[in-house]
Write a protein that binds this ligand. Structure first.
Ligand code: KIV
Length: 258
């Protein structure tokens, strides 16, 4: 997958698929399953590091995980989030950080939270040869300003943010937690693909946090997630069985011995 092919999928009316990935083995499985794009989201702060918000994750940590995912992906587009608050440190800081992400991870693109207020940064990154996905609607990095993880309903502001990001050169936009009718109108208005998460069925593609859709989390799962597996349950059962076997002297047997 390349950035132009990703964008072309909208023109051909084919829905895009994106899942988060944070490590080599999971990224390899998702890549082999045919997912179009792997997002090394800053959600790794919550999903992998067990933090309360996405705010604490550092640039170095994003690079550490981004490199593993990029190395595992043979066909999917790999996108790495710019962590809070680097893209608000000005254009130079954003280009420096995004350049470091591209150089040290081998990923194809970066994602940043923001729309209209990030237009200058998006433009500078694209000028530097760094493809950008914008992220509008619920912006988890702004959770303290937004007063929680709430559905964003300001139609005019959402539309203005999306248009500003496209005009600045973003090749795609994540729409998070916005009413389906607004996401539909934004998707119809833009020429670049919209990727929805909690934004209804009419986006040009869908993204989910992989642990949520696999049921591999012990924490809160948002209502817009559909669980396609129960990995947490499988792990608990397997570990309980192994523990019982070890205690009962049933593992290892001759078969697992030299
Ligand atoms: O960090 C992340 O995982 C994201 C997705 C939820 C879109 O930004």
């Amino acid at each position: 997958m390349t950035v132009p092919r990703f964008v072309e999928k909208k023109q051909s009316g084919t829905k895009l698929t994106m899942l988060t990935a944070y490590d080599f083995p999971t990224a390899k499985l998702l890549d082999e399953a045919g997912v179009d794009a792997l997002l090394v989201g800053d959600s790794l702060a919550m999903v992998v590091q067990g933090r309360e918000t996405t705010l604490p994750v550092t640039l170095e940590e994003m690079i550490y995980h981004g490199e593993m995912v990029s190395r595992a992906a043979k066909r999917a587009l790999v996108v790495v989030d710019i962590p809070f608050p680097i893209n608000h440190h000005g254009v130079r800081a954003a280009v420096k950080a995004a350049g470091k992400i591209i150089k040290q991870t081998g990923c194809n693109a970066v994602k940043l939270e923001g729309g209209a207020e990030q237009a200058e940064v998006i433009q500078a990154l694209v000028t530097a040869g760094i493809p950008v996905i914008a992220h509008v609607g619920l912006r988890p990095q702004a959770v303290n300003v937004m007063g929680g993880y709430k559905v964003q309903r300001n139609r005019d502001e959402l539309m203005a943010d999306a248009i500003a990001a496209e005009n600045a050169g973003a090749f795609s936009i994540v729409l998070e937690c916005i009413p389906a009718d607004i996401a539909k109108d934004i998707s119809a208005k833009l020429t670049i693909p919209t990727i929805g998460i909690g934004a209804g069925p009419d986006c040009d593609g869908q993204v989910l946090v992989v642990n949520d859709m696999l049921g591999a989390t012990s924490g809160y799962v948002p209502s817009f997630v559909k669980q396609y597996a129960n990995v947490a349950d499988s792990i608990s059962k397997a570990v309980a069985q192994w523990t019982d076997d070890v205690v009962a002297g049933k593992f290892p047997t001759d078969e697992q011995s030299f």
